[in-house]
Design a protein around this ligand. Sequence first.
Ligand code: ASP
Length: 361
Amino acid sequence: MPLTRRTFLQNAAAVGAGAAITHGLPRAAAMTPSPGIPKPVVVSSANGLRAVTRAMELIREGSDALDAVIAGVNIVENDPDDTSVGYGGLPNEEGVVELDAAVMHGPTHRAGAVAALRNIKNPSSVARTVMERTDHVLLVGDGALRFARAHGFKEEDLLTAKARQAWLNWKENLSNRDDWLPPHTPDDKDIGEILDPLLRDAFGAFFRHTGTIHCSGIDAKGNMSCVTTTSGLAFKIPGRVGDSPIIGAGLYVDNAVGSAGSTGRGEINLVNCSSRMVVEAMQRGKSPEQACLDVLQSIMEHTRMRRLRDDTGRPRFEVEFYALNARGEYGGARIYSGGKFSVHDGTEARHVPLAYLYKKG
Ligand code: ASP
């Protein structure tokens, strides 16, 4: 049966959405789902197996989905071996780690975010504090750091020896592959040769290192929330902000419809408001997987810059979507075959293949 707006609203009413929430989120009274409430599910990017495991544990103990997904991604933010998120993330082109993160709480439709935040390991927790302790949604740069400091977040050097080494290697060998573009004609012609190193860098074996963790969850009350956190594009221009802290681009939740988030080329999500688009496609009745595929297709229709396509018209970048609807159904998709995402739907944490637009190769 297609999931109509009405079905969703009835579902939302049935679960009693809209409980007043201020600081700290109320815990679900009991784990046993009532009739009409889907069983808890948590989805995440491929690097999120530990995140979905932790989030499901907390949901089983009665946590709100937002508490659960943030606690899940905190594990990856704290992990020095994940070079795409938090502590140990790859730095900007000046060797400084700058983090972006956002959280969105379905039942209250509130959000908080930080961008280009330095020195704080858990930007997702700062984003949540922005949501709870300000009347704003997004704080950036030095203002975000001062806010985090005021709330007692510990400052530390986030650049690990491993990330510093990767940055030095990039500077010594690959720094012609950066993000500064030469002037070009409005129709994007005649720059192919100049951009060749960048093009190759943005595709296949030369793919620029990206990585992020997104996590969406539905709790025992049927409420949904999500988080996206990242160190962003490696060796980016300082101050560059990707899609992850932008509500509607790197994540979005409508408690009555579903939750979605993304990893991959942030710039493409910024110009397509992709996560909001995925949720809207689910609202029109698309399955989570089909909603992700539809948005990828729409992105392709909007990608007009020649430097972002190869000779056959295929994209020279990758982007992944993860989606969960209010019935607890989930799916994900990306541009090229071979991807996977993490799911915990009550039995175990596991990887599930992502649908795709094009077969690789
Ligand atoms: N989307 C992230 C960004 O553009 C990077 C990534 O997911 O790999 O900052």
